[in-house]
Ligand binder design. Structure first.
Ligand SMILES: [Zn+2]
Length: 109
């Protein structure tokens, strides 16, 4: 259900931004730490868009790896959450991105 409420939220933002235009395509970035399943999100978005009268919207969802800055200064991205810094092997790090789901582009007609 997480994806359904997220899809609703995205649709509301899209409605505001597109005004009375019709949505053609949307690109999203889903961080791997956001807990979003792209297939599931895409499924709900399609349903909601159809309800809004937008047919055949191209939905692109890119999975974004987690990006960290290590205490040693190294910035790195990883999809392997159980591996530490590639330089020093430490786990003391700050998350920069990878826990959010963002709208990258919208195309309307
Ligand atoms: Zn390090």
């Amino acid at each position: 259900m997480h994806e359904y409420s997220l899809a609703k939220e995205i649709a509301n933002i899209v409605k505001e931004k597109t005004l009375n235009q019709s949505l053609v395509s949307i690109s999203l970035k889903a961080g791997i730490l956001s807990g979003v399943f792209p297939d599931s999100l895409s499924f709900y978005l399609e349903l909601i868009f159809q309800d809004l009268g937008w047919k055949d919207v191209t939905i692109h969802i890119e999975s974004v790896p987690a990006k960290y800055t290590c205490h040693c200064g190294k910035t790195y991205t990883t999809e392997a959450l159980l591996s530490g810094c590639p330089d020093c092997g430490q786990f003391e790090r700050s998350l920069i991105e990878g826990d959010q789901c963002i709208i990258e582009t919208l195309e309307v007609k």
